[in-house]
Design a protein around this ligand. Structure first.
Ligand SMILES: Nc1nc2c(ncn2[C@@H]2O[C@H](COP(=O)(O)OP(=O)(O)OP(=O)(O)O)[C@@H](O)[C@H]2O)c(=O)[nH]1
Length: 334
C-alpha cells in the first residue's frame, strides 16, 4: 500500500495512474483519474476487486463503468480530498516554500559574490581568486535558474490540483443531481434523508405529471423534457430550503418536508398543483399552446413507518388514488 502523505510516493502513483490510463486508452478525466488512482493505491478493496474482475474478464474499462465506480465508491466520500489531494497540496506548498527560500539565499550569495568580484582588481595576483569567484557565480546562477524552473513547474501542478478539486466537486454535485432538472436525483435524496431522524414528524409529497405520455406522443420527447423542466422549476421555487425536492422517476417527483404536518404539506401540494395548472406553454415550432399541464399529488405524514420506503409508498398509494379520482388533485394518505 502506498503512503499518501509522502510526496514521492504520491507522485509515483500519479505517474502509474497516467500510464495505466494511457495503456487502457481511458481519457484522463478527473473521475477516471481518481478511480484508477484509488485502484492502484489499493485503498478500497471493493473497488479494487471490481476492477480486477473486469480486467480478468478482459472487459474494457469504459467511461460508463468508471463513472459508476466513482459514484459507488468515491463521489460521496472525502477520501479523494483528504487522502489524495490535501497531502499532495501540503507537500507541494512546503516544497515550493523551500525552493523559494533556496532561491532567496542564492540571490544573497550572488550579490555577495558580485561585490567580491568587483573588489578584486584585474591584477595577476587576484586572477586565480577572481576565477574561483566567477566559477561560483556561474554555478550558483545555473542552480538558481533550475530552481526557478522547478518552482514554476510546481506552481503549475498546484494550479492543476486546484482545478482537479473543483472538477471533483462538480462531479460530486452531478452524481447527486438530476441532469435535466437540477433537482436531487434518487441517490442525492437518499443521502439527504440520512440527516433526518425517522422518528421526527415529517411529511412527503409524490407528484406526478398527468397524461404525460400524451404530451410526448403529441409534441415529441423534447417538448416532454421541457414540461418536466417547467414543473421542476415550480417545485424548486415552491419548496423551502430545508425541504428535499427530487426527481424520483421519469415524470415523478418527491418532496420531503421535514418537521411539517400533513396539513402544511397539503398547502404546499395545492400551491404546486395550482401553479402547474397556470403554466402557459407554447410549442415554438408550431407556435401553438400546449394543453393545460396538470399534476396529481399523494401526501403522507410519517406515522409508525420505520423506514423511508414504506413512508413514500403510502404517499404513492395516495397518488394512485388521486389518479383514480380524475387527476389534477391532491389526496392525503390514510
Ligand atoms: N420526455 C420525457 N419523457 C419521459 C421521460 N421519462 C419518462 N418519460 C415518459 O413518460 C411517460 C409516462 O407515461 P405513463 O407512466 O403512462 O404516465 P402518464 O401518461 O403520465 O399517465 P398518468 O400517470 O396515468 O397520468 C412514458 O411515455 C415515458 O416514456 C423523460 O425523461 N423525458
Amino acid at each position: 500500500m502506498h503512503n499518501y502523505d509522502n510526496y514521492q510516493s504520491a507522485s509515483a502513483l500519479s505517474k502509474e495512474t497516467l500510464a495505466f490510463l494511457v495503456e487502457h486508452t481511458i481519457p484522463p478525466s478527473p473521475v477516471n483519474y481518481s478511480v484508477i488512482y484509488h485502484y492502484l493505491s489499493q485503498r478500497n478493496s471493493e473497488l479494487t476487486a471490481e476492477i480486477d474482475f473486469q480486467l480478468t474478464q478482459k472487459n474494457a474499462l469504459d467511461g460508463v463503468l468508471l463513472d459508476d465506480l466513482f459514484v459507488k465508491f468515491l463521489s460521496n466520500s472525502d477520501d479523494i480530498e483528504n487522502n489524495l489531494l490535501l497531502p499532495f497540496e501540503k507537500t507541494l506548498s512546503q516544497t515550493l516554500d523551500k525552493i523559494d527560500d533556496q532561491a532567496q539565499s542564492e540571490e544573497v550569495i550572488l550579490a555577495n559574490l558580485a561585490k567580491a568580484d568587483h573588489a578584486l582588481s584585474d591584477e595577476m595576483l587576484h586572477k586565480p581568486l577572481k576565477n574561483i569567484v566567477n566559477f561560483l557565480i556561474g554555478t550558483i546562477s545555473h542552480a538558481q535558474k533550475q530552481h526557478q524552473q522547478l518552482s514554476e513547474e510546481l506552481a503549475k501542478t498546484s494550479e492543476e490540483v486546484t482545478s482537479l478539486k473543483s472538477k471533483l466537486e462538480e462531479s460530486r454535485e452531478e452524481a447527486v443531481h438530476d441532469a435535466l432538472t437540477g433537482l436531487l436525483n434518487r441517490r442525492g435524496c437518499d443521502d439527504k434523508l440520512q440527516a433526518l431522524d425517522i422518528n421526527d414528524r415529517h411529511s412527503s409529497l409524490v407528484i406526478d405529471i398527468d397524461d404525460f405520455k400524451k404530451i410526448n406522443d403529441t409534441f415529441g420527447h423534447q417538448v416532454g423534457d421541457k414540461v418536466i423542466q417547467k414543473v421542476a422549476k415550480i417545485i424548486k421555487s415552491s419548496v423551502s430550503e430545508s425541504d428535499l425536492a427530487a426527481r424520483y422517476g421519469g415524470e415523478e417527483f418527491l418532496v420531503v418536508t421535514p418537521h411539517r404536518s400533513i396539513s402544511q404539506a397539503r398547502e404546499l401540494a395545492e400551491q404546486i398543483r395550482l401553479s402547474v395548472a397556470d403554466l402557459k406553454l407554447i410549442q415554438r415550432k408550431s407556435n401553438t399552446f400546449l394543453p393545460t399541464i396538470t399534476v396529481s399529488v399523494g401526501i403522507a405524514e410519517l406515522a409508525n413507518d420505520n423506514n423511508w420506503p414504506s413512508f413514500f409508498q403510502r404517499a404513492d398509494q395516495a397518488l394512485y388514488k388521486a389518479k383514480n379520482a380524475g387527476k389534477n388533485c391532491c389526496i392525503n394518505a390514510s
